[in-house]
Design a protein around this ligand. Structure first.
Ligand code: NAD
Length: 249
């Protein structure tokens, strides 16, 4: 028996083959969920969904566009009549210093990580309210907690700290509707978001700061997402769970 048998789960930014979203999609599917993969490119989203086996769906959705978020949620509701889980995973980062952040950099990073989390959640809330149940999992970052230091710039730290504030405020407002909202703060995880962008010196500096002495795997984050999405965490809301190999000890 799977922890998500019969549940409908939407995961944003889940087409990247080595990404946290895809690993989460894979684990959710193994636990009986029908998974909806949203990403920028329709073909990549469909291919990622097909990769999970039959019965899943891949759709194009740019989370910075409110109308696209609403259209995606409407398509899922029309097809399956429910939205049980939303994982707001889509994110981008830019390794910039304070003085190098221009208006376009700031907008891009805030838009995908923070605005997208708001828009996609807003799109799913009406259906979750109808069901009187739902679980939202937001992808923040250790960069929010320690002011960067791993890869993202200050604007990324600000966006991910904003995700934590949004998580707690949404959790408070939605708790009476039995909609839970929690966040994951991954540490350094090997995915395409950093692939090819780190020098050996940067890599050594990162690993030296991780007591467990290794980068995390996407599956490490997926396991935490499964816990927060499922009834195992039925009494958890407004929490942030660290998946960072001890980086904050
Ligand atoms: P990734 O780059 O592998 O995947 C991100 C995905 O988001 C891509 O598929 C991309 O196409 C998609 N995306 C980008 N902009 C989008 C938009 N506007 N609308 C829809 N989709 C969009 O990254 P990842 O490492 O798997 O990261 C996943 C999440 O975890 C991100 O929010 C990231 O900030 C966060 N995170 C990652 C790490 C890490 O070390 N990898 C650490 C902390 C937090």
């Amino acid at each position: 028996m799977g922890l998500l048998d019969g549940r409908i789960a939407i995961i944003t930014g889940a087409a990247s083959p080595r990404g946290l979203g895809k690993a989460t999609a894979r684990l959710f599917a193994e636990h009986g969920a029908r998974v909806v993969i949203l990403d920028l490119d329709a073909d990549q989203a469909s291919a990622a969904a097909a990769d999970l086996g039959g019965g899943h769906l891949g759709l194009a959705c740019n989370v910075t566009d409110k109308a696209q978020c609403e259209a995606a949620a409407a398509a899922v509701t029309e097809k399956w009549g429910r939205i049980d889980v939303l994982v707001n995973n889509a994110g981008i980062t830019q390794p910039l210093k304070i003085m190098d952040i221009g208006p376009a950099n700031y907008d891009a990073v805030l838009d995908v990580n923070l605005r997208g989390t708001l828009y996609m959640t807003q799109a799913c809330i009406p259906q979750m309210r109808n069901q009187k149940a739902g679980s939202v999992v937001n992808m923040s970052s250790v960069s929010a907690q320690r002011g960067g230091g791993i890869f993202g710039g200050p604007h990324y730290s600000a966006a991910k700290a904003g995700v934590l504030g949004l998580t707690k405020a949404m959790a408070r407002e939605l708790a009476p509707a039995n909609i839970r909202v929690n966040a994951i703060c991954p540490g350094f995880i090997s995915t395409d978001i950093t692939a090819g962008k780190l020098t050996p010196e940067m890599m050594k500096g990162i690993l030296d700061g991780i007591p467990m002495g290794r980068a995390g795997e996407a599956s490490d984050v997926a396991g935490c997402a499964l816990f927060l999405a499922s009834d195992l965490s039925a009494y958890c809301t407004g929490t942030e769970v660290d998946v960072n190999g001890g980086s904050l000890i």
